[in-house]
Design a protein around this ligand. Structure first.
Ligand code: AMP
Ligand code: MG
Length: 362
């Protein structure tokens, strides 16, 4: 157990609600400002629930059980801590500072994420790449100055996304970028890591039933208090606010990547925020959304981005080789839904045809 979890255990044991001093019962509000936690329910019975705006999205943490208030308060504190620590552009945080100076010694969280990201980069043959930040900036996905860059500009920036130019020593945890302007971006994996950390907090607080929703990315602890699976809707990529289908989950994360989440249009063409590291352009893989289900939230997040970049055929092959670690629901741009075998009986479609991907087709 790492030191942070230890701290939370002791707070839970002492019955102290972390950060509860600044919280008050505010009725059914949603957070309006970054970092403003809003308690929607702290009652004698039922769940404890807190919403917060962080990592550019609305997040909601819900827990049942004796230590539910301590657990959700500690979870929100952890969300805010990780938001600052991991944000690529926030120079008051570790990753932001690393991006400014080009070198540094990683904390436990950053070292873990960097190691997982390097591993995923290798496993996905480069589809997952945490060094795409300069390209994200030039497309305007950072800062909001959306514009299609010239091919020369893209060609000039692609070398900065070369992970071979990142030297990292897992023993000293020192990291160094070989070229000026290289920047790390954990945007494709940070939310899954955050939800995984919240599951650790739930464990430390003895919570056996809880759920965290980080802007549509969900991770659940155990089952619902009535003993049934959690039921989680997957956003329909073609219809805002509508569900594509419902997933049943227990002790799992379900994390979705979709081009519809962030995009701009120029001359009638849509450009979205998930970039293909081979081209430096929005991935055009024929997929409109990928949801990855796994007990490992960090993996689910990293893989949802990776499979989106890979496209259906490569994603299917990747699942066949590594399917003991995850399952997936993938939607193609012609509206077909592909579901891997492990989710049989756990996914109900609301739209489109469902095709089951099996390891050994009958
Ligand atoms: P997600 O919603 O998890 O798919 O993450 C999308 C975010 O990941 C983007 O907003 C970028 O910050 C970052 N990103 C974009 N392309 C990639 C990529 N090929 N590999 C890893 N991260 C990426
Ligand atoms: Mg992701």
């Amino acid at each position: 157990m790492n030191t942070k979890v230890k701290k939370i255990v002791s707070l839970c044991a002492a019955g102290i609600a972390v950060g509860s001093m600044m919280l008050s019962g505010c009725g059914d509000r949603v957070p309006e400002d970054k970092g403003e936690p809003v308690v929607t329910e702290f009652q004698q019975e039922g769940p404890a629930e807190i919403s917060v705006f962080a990592m550019d999205t609305y997040m909601k943490v819900t827990a049942y059980g004796a230590q539910r208030e301590d657990a959700v308060n500690a979870a929100v504190e952890e969300i805010l801590r990780l938001d600052q620590l991991l944000s690529a552009g926030d120079e008051t945080g570790e990753v932001g500072m690393l991006n400014r100076t080009g070198s540094g010694t990683c904390s436990e969280d950053t070292a873990y994420l960097l190691e997982r990201s390097l591993e995923l980069h290798e496993q996905t043959e480069g589809a997952f790449n945490v060094m795409m930040y300069p390209l994200m900036e030039i497309w305007g996905f950072i800062g909001g100055n959306y514009a299609v860059p010239s091919q020369d500009t893209i060609d000039g920036l692609l070398p900065l996304a070369d992970l071979a130019k990142v030297s990292y020593d897992p023993r000293s945890k020192e990291v160094r970028f070989a070229e000026q302007g290289m920047k790390i971006d954990f945007g494709g994996i940070a939310k899954g890591y955050t939800s995984a950390r919240i599951m650790d907090i739930f464990d430390a607080c003895g919570i056996t039933s809880g759920i965290v929703n980080l802007g549509g990315n969900v991770q659940v602890k155990g089952k619902k208090p009535d003993g049934t699976n959690w039921r989680v809707g997957i956003q329909d990529p073609n219809q805002a606010g509508a569900y594509l289908g419902i997933l049943q989950l227990s002790d799992q994360a379900a994390i979705t990547s979709g081009g519809y989440e962030r995009f701009f249009e120029e001359n009638g063409i849509r450009y979205h925020h998930i970039l293909d590291p081979n081209t430096g352009r929005p991935a055009q893989s024929g997929l409109t959304s990928v949801t990855v289900v796994s007990a490992d939230g960090t993996l689910a997040d990293g893989l949802s981005t990776s499979l989106f970049v890979m496209g259906l055929e490569k994603a299917e092959a990747f699942w066949k080789a590594n399917g003991d670690m995850f399952d997936a629901v993938m939607v193609t741009d012609d509206g077909n839904i592909y579901v891997t075998e492990g989710l049989e009986g756990r996914f109900e479609s609301k739209a489109g045809d469902v095709h089951m991907i099996r390891r050994d087709p009958a």
